[in-house]
Design a protein around this ligand. Structure first.
Ligand code: ATR
Length: 287
Protein backbone atom coordinates (compact mmCIF):
# COMPACT_ATOMS: atom_id res chain seq x y z
CA UNK A 1 0.00 0.00 0.00
CA UNK A 2 1.38 3.38 -1.00
CA UNK A 3 0.33 6.28 1.25
CA UNK A 4 0.36 9.59 -0.63
CA UNK A 5 -0.84 13.12 0.05
CA UNK A 6 -4.16 12.13 -1.51
CA UNK A 7 -4.79 9.00 0.56
CA UNK A 8 -8.23 9.02 2.19
CA UNK A 9 -8.35 7.77 5.76
CA UNK A 10 -11.01 5.47 7.22
CA UNK A 11 -10.81 3.28 10.30
CA UNK A 12 -12.40 1.68 13.31
CA UNK A 13 -12.90 2.99 16.83
CA UNK A 14 -13.18 0.56 19.73
CA UNK A 15 -11.93 -0.33 23.20
CA UNK A 16 -10.20 -2.78 22.97
CA UNK A 17 -9.37 -2.79 19.25
CA UNK A 18 -6.31 -5.01 18.74
CA UNK A 19 -8.46 -8.06 17.91
CA UNK A 20 -10.32 -6.28 15.08
CA UNK A 21 -10.17 -8.00 11.69
CA UNK A 22 -11.68 -5.03 9.84
CA UNK A 23 -8.30 -3.45 8.89
CA UNK A 24 -7.37 -6.70 7.07
CA UNK A 25 -10.73 -6.86 5.26
CA UNK A 26 -10.82 -3.24 4.13
CA UNK A 27 -7.19 -2.76 3.15
CA UNK A 28 -7.37 -5.92 1.02
CA UNK A 29 -10.48 -4.49 -0.66
CA UNK A 30 -8.89 -1.07 -1.33
CA UNK A 31 -5.86 -2.76 -2.87
CA UNK A 32 -8.03 -4.96 -5.08
CA UNK A 33 -10.02 -2.07 -6.57
CA UNK A 34 -6.99 0.27 -6.56
CA UNK A 35 -8.57 2.90 -4.35
CA UNK A 36 -6.22 5.31 -2.58
CA UNK A 37 -7.73 4.64 0.87
CA UNK A 38 -6.12 3.38 4.09
CA UNK A 39 -8.00 1.75 7.00
CA UNK A 40 -6.56 2.15 10.51
CA UNK A 41 -7.45 0.89 14.00
CA UNK A 42 -8.01 3.57 16.67
CA UNK A 43 -7.90 2.61 20.34
CA UNK A 44 -10.18 5.18 22.00
CA UNK A 45 -10.72 5.30 25.75
CA UNK A 46 -14.43 5.57 26.65
CA UNK A 47 -14.02 9.09 28.05
CA UNK A 48 -12.48 10.24 24.73
CA UNK A 49 -15.25 9.06 22.40
CA UNK A 50 -16.69 12.55 21.79
CA UNK A 51 -13.25 13.99 21.06
CA UNK A 52 -12.43 11.12 18.68
CA UNK A 53 -15.65 11.61 16.71
CA UNK A 54 -15.11 15.37 16.48
CA UNK A 55 -11.60 14.64 15.20
CA UNK A 56 -13.15 13.02 12.12
CA UNK A 57 -14.09 16.52 10.96
CA UNK A 58 -10.85 18.16 12.09
CA UNK A 59 -8.66 15.52 10.42
CA UNK A 60 -10.91 15.01 7.39
CA UNK A 61 -11.35 11.31 8.12
CA UNK A 62 -13.83 9.96 5.56
CA UNK A 63 -15.39 7.13 7.50
CA UNK A 64 -15.27 5.15 10.69
CA UNK A 65 -16.53 1.80 11.86
CA UNK A 66 -17.69 1.81 15.45
CA UNK A 67 -17.34 -1.29 17.58
CA UNK A 68 -17.74 -2.42 21.19
CA UNK A 69 -18.47 -0.59 23.48
CA UNK A 70 -19.45 2.50 21.49
CA UNK A 71 -22.21 1.49 19.05
CA UNK A 72 -24.98 3.12 21.10
CA UNK A 73 -23.07 5.98 22.73
CA UNK A 74 -21.69 7.27 19.44
CA UNK A 75 -25.17 8.30 18.26
CA UNK A 76 -25.26 11.43 20.40
CA UNK A 77 -22.19 12.85 18.60
CA UNK A 78 -23.55 12.50 15.05
CA UNK A 79 -25.44 15.00 12.86
CA UNK A 80 -27.80 12.52 11.23
CA UNK A 81 -28.86 8.87 11.52
CA UNK A 82 -30.05 6.48 8.80
CA UNK A 83 -33.57 5.07 9.39
CA UNK A 84 -32.11 1.63 10.30
CA UNK A 85 -29.63 3.08 12.79
CA UNK A 86 -32.42 5.06 14.40
CA UNK A 87 -34.72 2.04 14.73
CA UNK A 88 -32.03 -0.39 15.87
CA UNK A 89 -30.58 2.17 18.26
CA UNK A 90 -26.97 1.47 17.27
CA UNK A 91 -24.43 2.73 14.74
CA UNK A 92 -21.52 0.69 13.36
CA UNK A 93 -20.59 2.98 10.44
CA UNK A 94 -20.05 6.74 10.27
CA UNK A 95 -19.67 8.64 7.01
CA UNK A 96 -18.16 12.13 6.98
CA UNK A 97 -20.12 13.79 4.17
CA UNK A 98 -18.39 17.14 3.72
CA UNK A 99 -18.25 17.72 7.46
CA UNK A 100 -21.68 16.23 8.23
CA UNK A 101 -21.34 13.02 10.25
CA UNK A 102 -23.99 10.45 9.27
CA UNK A 103 -24.51 7.23 11.25
CA UNK A 104 -25.53 3.92 9.64
CA UNK A 105 -26.06 0.38 10.84
CA UNK A 106 -24.80 -2.22 8.34
CA UNK A 107 -24.89 -5.14 10.82
CA UNK A 108 -28.57 -5.87 10.14
CA UNK A 109 -28.29 -6.01 6.36
CA UNK A 110 -24.90 -7.73 6.63
CA UNK A 111 -26.52 -10.50 8.67
CA UNK A 112 -29.38 -11.04 6.20
CA UNK A 113 -27.02 -10.98 3.21
CA UNK A 114 -24.79 -13.65 4.72
CA UNK A 115 -27.77 -15.80 5.76
CA UNK A 116 -29.40 -15.65 2.33
CA UNK A 117 -26.30 -15.81 0.11
CA UNK A 118 -23.66 -18.04 1.74
CA UNK A 119 -26.25 -19.70 4.01
CA UNK A 120 -28.83 -20.03 1.22
CA UNK A 121 -31.54 -19.72 3.90
CA UNK A 122 -34.66 -17.64 3.27
CA UNK A 123 -36.03 -16.44 6.64
CA UNK A 124 -39.44 -15.40 5.30
CA UNK A 125 -42.30 -17.19 7.08
CA UNK A 126 -39.92 -19.06 9.39
CA UNK A 127 -39.99 -19.85 13.12
CA UNK A 128 -36.82 -18.39 14.69
CA UNK A 129 -35.15 -18.79 18.09
CA UNK A 130 -32.62 -16.06 18.91
CA UNK A 131 -30.26 -16.31 21.88
CA UNK A 132 -28.86 -13.00 23.11
CA UNK A 133 -30.12 -9.47 23.74
CA UNK A 134 -26.98 -7.34 23.27
CA UNK A 135 -25.96 -5.14 20.34
CA UNK A 136 -25.72 -7.99 17.83
CA UNK A 137 -29.15 -9.31 18.83
CA UNK A 138 -30.76 -5.87 18.31
CA UNK A 139 -29.47 -5.66 14.72
CA UNK A 140 -30.28 -9.30 13.94
CA UNK A 141 -33.81 -9.23 15.38
CA UNK A 142 -34.59 -6.03 13.44
CA UNK A 143 -33.30 -7.67 10.26
CA UNK A 144 -35.34 -10.83 10.82
CA UNK A 145 -38.66 -9.08 11.48
CA UNK A 146 -38.02 -6.87 8.47
CA UNK A 147 -37.32 -9.99 6.38
CA UNK A 148 -40.77 -11.36 7.26
CA UNK A 149 -40.16 -14.16 9.79
CA UNK A 150 -43.39 -15.65 11.12
CA UNK A 151 -42.36 -16.05 14.77
CA UNK A 152 -39.38 -14.75 16.72
CA UNK A 153 -38.63 -16.18 20.17
CA UNK A 154 -35.85 -14.52 22.18
CA UNK A 155 -33.95 -15.92 25.14
CA UNK A 156 -31.07 -14.30 27.04
CA UNK A 157 -29.22 -14.89 30.32
CA UNK A 158 -30.51 -11.55 31.67
CA UNK A 159 -34.31 -11.67 31.32
CA UNK A 160 -34.64 -7.90 31.76
CA UNK A 161 -32.66 -7.37 28.56
CA UNK A 162 -34.79 -9.89 26.64
CA UNK A 163 -37.90 -8.00 27.73
CA UNK A 164 -36.42 -4.64 26.74
CA UNK A 165 -35.53 -5.97 23.26
CA UNK A 166 -39.00 -7.48 22.80
CA UNK A 167 -40.65 -4.22 23.89
CA UNK A 168 -38.46 -2.34 21.40
CA UNK A 169 -39.48 -4.71 18.58
CA UNK A 170 -43.18 -4.55 19.52
CA UNK A 171 -43.11 -0.77 19.48
CA UNK A 172 -41.23 -0.62 16.18
CA UNK A 173 -43.04 -3.29 14.22
CA UNK A 174 -46.47 -3.53 15.92
CA UNK A 175 -48.00 -6.84 14.70
CA UNK A 176 -45.57 -7.62 11.89
CA UNK A 177 -44.63 -10.97 13.44
CA UNK A 178 -45.36 -13.06 16.53
CA UNK A 179 -42.84 -12.17 19.27
CA UNK A 180 -42.22 -14.44 22.23
CA UNK A 181 -40.20 -14.45 25.45
CA UNK A 182 -38.38 -17.62 26.52
CA UNK A 183 -36.84 -17.85 29.96
CA UNK A 184 -33.13 -18.73 29.71
CA UNK A 185 -33.57 -21.70 32.05
CA UNK A 186 -36.02 -23.21 29.52
CA UNK A 187 -33.86 -22.71 26.42
CA UNK A 188 -33.21 -26.45 26.03
CA UNK A 189 -36.88 -27.35 25.89
CA UNK A 190 -37.38 -29.98 23.18
CA UNK A 191 -41.01 -28.88 22.70
CA UNK A 192 -39.86 -25.43 21.60
CA UNK A 193 -36.65 -26.43 19.86
CA UNK A 194 -38.18 -29.13 17.69
CA UNK A 195 -40.30 -26.47 15.94
CA UNK A 196 -37.46 -24.04 15.24
CA UNK A 197 -36.43 -23.48 11.59
CA UNK A 198 -33.56 -21.11 12.37
CA UNK A 199 -31.50 -20.82 15.57
CA UNK A 200 -29.11 -17.92 16.07
CA UNK A 201 -26.48 -17.55 18.75
CA UNK A 202 -26.09 -13.76 19.09
CA UNK A 203 -24.15 -13.98 22.36
CA UNK A 204 -20.38 -13.78 22.64
CA UNK A 205 -20.29 -17.32 24.06
CA UNK A 206 -18.03 -19.46 21.86
CA UNK A 207 -15.35 -16.84 21.30
CA UNK A 208 -13.08 -18.66 23.75
CA UNK A 209 -12.40 -22.35 23.18
CA UNK A 210 -13.31 -23.13 26.79
CA UNK A 211 -16.78 -21.51 26.54
CA UNK A 212 -19.67 -23.86 27.30
CA UNK A 213 -22.21 -25.21 24.84
CA UNK A 214 -25.38 -23.34 25.87
CA UNK A 215 -27.82 -25.16 23.64
CA UNK A 216 -28.13 -28.83 22.74
CA UNK A 217 -28.44 -29.14 18.93
CA UNK A 218 -29.71 -32.73 19.29
CA UNK A 219 -33.07 -31.25 20.31
CA UNK A 220 -33.59 -29.37 17.04
CA UNK A 221 -35.46 -30.82 14.07
CA UNK A 222 -33.26 -32.26 11.30
CA UNK A 223 -34.04 -29.24 9.11
CA UNK A 224 -33.05 -26.51 11.61
CA UNK A 225 -30.41 -24.07 10.36
CA UNK A 226 -27.87 -22.97 13.00
CA UNK A 227 -26.22 -19.54 12.72
CA UNK A 228 -23.49 -18.58 15.18
CA UNK A 229 -22.38 -14.92 15.11
CA UNK A 230 -19.01 -15.89 16.61
CA UNK A 231 -16.52 -15.65 13.73
CA UNK A 232 -13.07 -16.26 15.16
CA UNK A 233 -13.34 -20.07 15.32
CA UNK A 234 -15.62 -23.01 14.58
CA UNK A 235 -17.58 -23.04 17.84
CA UNK A 236 -18.66 -26.05 19.88
CA UNK A 237 -22.22 -25.18 18.83
CA UNK A 238 -21.44 -25.39 15.11
CA UNK A 239 -19.42 -28.54 15.54
CA UNK A 240 -22.23 -30.22 17.49
CA UNK A 241 -24.80 -29.03 14.93
CA UNK A 242 -22.73 -30.41 12.03
CA UNK A 243 -22.28 -33.70 13.86
CA UNK A 244 -26.06 -33.92 14.11
CA UNK A 245 -26.26 -33.30 10.35
CA UNK A 246 -27.70 -29.78 10.56
CA UNK A 247 -26.82 -26.94 8.17
CA UNK A 248 -25.20 -23.93 9.72
CA UNK A 249 -22.65 -21.16 9.47
CA UNK A 250 -20.44 -18.93 11.61
CA UNK A 251 -20.31 -15.14 11.80
CA UNK A 252 -17.52 -14.50 9.27
CA UNK A 253 -20.11 -13.90 6.55
CA UNK A 254 -21.85 -11.23 8.63
CA UNK A 255 -18.48 -9.59 9.29
CA UNK A 256 -17.68 -9.52 5.58
CA UNK A 257 -21.07 -8.23 4.46
CA UNK A 258 -21.34 -5.51 7.09
CA UNK A 259 -17.82 -4.44 6.09
CA UNK A 260 -18.70 -4.49 2.39
CA UNK A 261 -21.73 -2.26 3.03
CA UNK A 262 -19.56 0.22 5.01
CA UNK A 263 -17.03 0.19 2.15
CA UNK A 264 -19.82 1.08 -0.30
CA UNK A 265 -21.09 3.95 1.89
CA UNK A 266 -17.60 5.49 2.04
CA UNK A 267 -16.38 4.88 -1.50
CA UNK A 268 -19.63 4.75 -3.56
CA UNK A 269 -18.14 1.69 -5.25
CA UNK A 270 -19.12 -1.97 -5.22
CA UNK A 271 -17.08 -3.88 -2.60
CA UNK A 272 -14.96 -6.83 -3.79
CA UNK A 273 -16.61 -9.42 -1.54
CA UNK A 274 -14.52 -12.34 -2.81
CA UNK A 275 -11.29 -10.51 -2.01
CA UNK A 276 -12.55 -9.65 1.48
CA UNK A 277 -13.52 -13.27 2.08
CA UNK A 278 -10.11 -14.50 0.90
CA UNK A 279 -8.31 -12.00 3.14
CA UNK A 280 -10.26 -13.24 6.16
CA UNK A 281 -9.71 -16.90 5.29
CA UNK A 282 -5.96 -16.30 5.06
CA UNK A 283 -5.73 -15.06 8.63
CA UNK A 284 -8.35 -17.08 10.45
CA UNK A 285 -11.83 -17.92 9.55
CA UNK A 286 -13.72 -19.47 6.71
CA UNK A 287 -17.43 -18.78 6.29
P1 ATR B 1 -22.59 -7.65 21.29
O1 ATR B 1 -22.57 -6.23 20.83
O2 ATR B 1 -21.52 -8.50 20.65
O3 ATR B 1 -23.94 -8.27 21.17
P2 ATR B 1 -23.01 -7.29 24.11
O4 ATR B 1 -23.95 -6.18 23.81
O5 ATR B 1 -22.03 -7.14 25.21
O6 ATR B 1 -22.14 -7.63 22.82
O7 ATR B 1 -23.87 -8.62 24.34
C1 ATR B 1 -23.32 -9.83 24.70
C2 ATR B 1 -24.40 -10.92 24.72
O8 ATR B 1 -23.80 -12.17 25.11
C3 ATR B 1 -25.51 -10.66 25.75
O9 ATR B 1 -26.72 -11.20 25.26
C4 ATR B 1 -24.99 -11.44 26.97
O10 ATR B 1 -25.98 -11.83 27.90
P3 ATR B 1 -26.42 -10.83 29.11
O11 ATR B 1 -27.34 -9.83 28.49
O12 ATR B 1 -27.05 -11.71 30.11
O13 ATR B 1 -25.13 -10.21 29.61
C5 ATR B 1 -24.46 -12.67 26.29
N1 ATR B 1 -23.50 -13.38 27.12
C6 ATR B 1 -22.21 -13.03 27.38
N2 ATR B 1 -21.63 -13.97 28.19
C7 ATR B 1 -22.58 -14.92 28.43
C8 ATR B 1 -22.60 -16.15 29.17
N3 ATR B 1 -21.51 -16.59 29.82
N4 ATR B 1 -23.74 -16.86 29.19
C9 ATR B 1 -24.84 -16.45 28.52
N5 ATR B 1 -24.88 -15.30 27.81
C10 ATR B 1 -23.77 -14.54 27.75
Amino acid sequence: MKITGETKIVGVIGYPIAHSLSPILHNAAFKEVELNFAYLPFLVRPRDLGKAIKAMRALNIVGMNITVPFKEKVMSYLDELSPEAKIIGAVNTVYNKKGKLIGYNTDAEGFIKSLTTEGEFNPQGKNVLLMGAGGAAYAISFALVNAGVKKLTITNRTARKTKALLAHLEKTFKDKCELSFLDFSRRNSSKIMSKVDLFINATSVGMSPEDPLLINPDLFAKTTFVYDVVYNRETKLLRAARKRGLSGMGGAGMLIHQGALSFEIWTHQRAPIRTMRRALEEICCAI
